[in-house]
Design a protein around this ligand. Structure first.
Ligand code: ADP
Ligand code: ZN
Length: 438
């Protein structure tokens, strides 16, 4: 018998293009109205003749609005994008900025609820139900992957175990003892979990584990197949980013063939990152998103830097919200290390604050087992190099602590002799990403 297709809100999920266009226009007008009252957007929009929501007459007016970038969010730190009163905020998340200044995401009560609703809808599309027990292995805290997923899963009525990341043996014990059926984790952690179960006293067949929701880092279809085969589960791709409310922006339905973008909640554009013009449907470009369902922090035409394309064929599930393909990369130099976003500029910022460092450094990312390992090689000055081993050790420790405080990853710091890191002949090569391209 054919599998029944589950819906959270069938009417909206199967709305006609005309209906979706109407929802988007109403949403865009409201967002622009809000944006015009924020410190950040007010003048920007006034410059292009937009003073309030009524200046948006049709969806074609979207093009008049300038793009917003991650650097813009940094420049608006902390509350330049706030609409309404700060007293109404119930939560603030943060994402890594390209340097030490983070980018903030603020939500009022309604926003938290809408974000949970979007997440719940995504989970239902993938076949989760209120009978499922889900172990959320994404980091809780400032990062949206933990809490925003959690609220959505609770809204759906799943039983959520907020284990957060790490402590694999305890994860396995809970999975086994509590009958966990769904896991939310990065693809690399799923592989790690598989290995740890194999090495443990437990037997895979005693688990009720049936599916995983995965995202936060790029991964190939081959890797998904590998995880599915090894673990004997279904794996669903979930795309999100903090600026857009975290996970659940685009999600796979039970057909697992591309990710539906929830078009009543986001306006999606795919542009050529160089010309900034839209690419024809089906061609790869940068995803640009306008958020429609957030009150406290409008975000218009946000450059995600993520590369993908629209899948033009309709989906077998009957949802009308268009799908995008698995991501093929980014337009910037952001690294994703064990699911955590790291910009080389953040690492550089820490290094350059230290007096004893020399002219060159190199960021090395490798696979160690199934997890990523970050090493930063840094040349020191001749006088520091000639100094006592203790001076070097304390310098390395200071840099390591400062880096792990900023990027939340523990790097290995290798201090090197002056001139020992090969200098590039052209543009400096600061990153050596040795991870196999899956
Ligand atoms: P997340 O919780 O989704 O990791 P972040 O804001 O920390 O949120 O990171 C967002 C970035 O992570 C995206 O811009 C994208 O580069 C990457 N990312 C998130 N989900 C996926 C996915 N399913 N596939 C590929 N990359 C992803
Ligand atoms: Zn579908």
């Amino acid at each position: 018998m054919a599998r029944e297709i589950p819906f959270w809100d069938k009417k909206v999920e199967t709305a006609s293009r005309d209906e979706l266009n109407t929802i988007q226009l109403v949403g865009l007008k409201k967002q622009v109205e809000h944006a015009c009252q924020t410190v950040f957007y007010k003048d920007r929009l006034a410059k292009v003749g937009i003073h309030n929501g009524d200046d948006i007459k049709s969806l074609a007016d979207l093009k008049r609005i300038p793009f917003t970038t991650k650097n813009d969010l940094r420049s608006a730190y902390p509350f330049g994008l706030l609409y309404g009163s700060q007293d109404d905020l119930v939560r603030i998340h943060a994402s890594s900025g390209t340097t030490g200044t983070p980018t903030l995401i603020y939500q009022n009560r309604k926003d938290v609820d809408m974000s949970a609703d979007t997440m719940a809808r995504s989970l239902v599309a993938a076949g989760c139900t209120n009978k499922d027990i889900v172990q959320n292995m994404m980091t809780y805290g400032l990062f949206t992957g933990g809490m925003c997923f959690h609220y959505g899963a609770e809204k759906l009525g799943m039983t959520v175990i907020p284990t957060s990341s790490g402590n694999t043996l305890r994860q396995i014990k809970f999975m086994h003892d509590l009958g966990t059926s769904v896991v939310h984790a990065t693809p690399s952690y799923l592989l790690h979990l598989h290995q740890a179960i194999e090495d443990s006293e437990y037997n895979r067949k005693d688990f009720k584990w049936r599916m995983a929701v995965t995202g936060a880092e790029p991964h190939s279809e081959e890797l998904r197949q590998k995880i599915q085969n090894k673990l004997g589960i279904e794996v669903y791709n979930c795309y999100g980013m903090s600026e857009l409310n975290g996970p659940g922006v685009a999600f796979e339905c039970i057909f697992r063939d591309g990710l539906h973008v929830w078009e009543d909640r986001y306006i999606m554009e795919i542009i050529d990152p160089k010309t900034e013009e839209p690419v024809p449907d089906g061609e790869t470009g940068e995803l640009v998103m306008t958020i429609l369902h957030r009150d406290a922090m409008p975000l218009l035409r946000y450059r995600t830097r993520d590369l993908t394309h629209v899948i033009t064929e309709p989906c077998a599930c009957g949802r009308t919200h268009r799908r995008i393909a698995r991501f093929t990369g980014r337009t910037d130099d952001m690294l994703i290390i064990n699911g955590v976003n790291v910009f080389p500029s953040q690492i550089e910022e820490v290094i350059l604050k230290e007096k004893g460092v020399g002219a060159n450094y190199l960021i090395i990312v490798e696979k160690k087992g199934v997890l990523d390992k970050l090493t930063v090689q840094i040349e020191v000055t001749p006088s520091v190099f000639a100094d006592d081993a203790r001076v070097l050790a304390s310098l390395a420790k200071r840099i390591k602590n400062a880096m792990s405080a900023l990027i939340t990853i523990n790097p290995v710091i290798e201090l090197k002799e002056p001139g020992s890191i090969p200098l590039a002949t052209g543009k400096a090569i600061r990153v050596d990403d040795r991870r196999p391209k899956e």
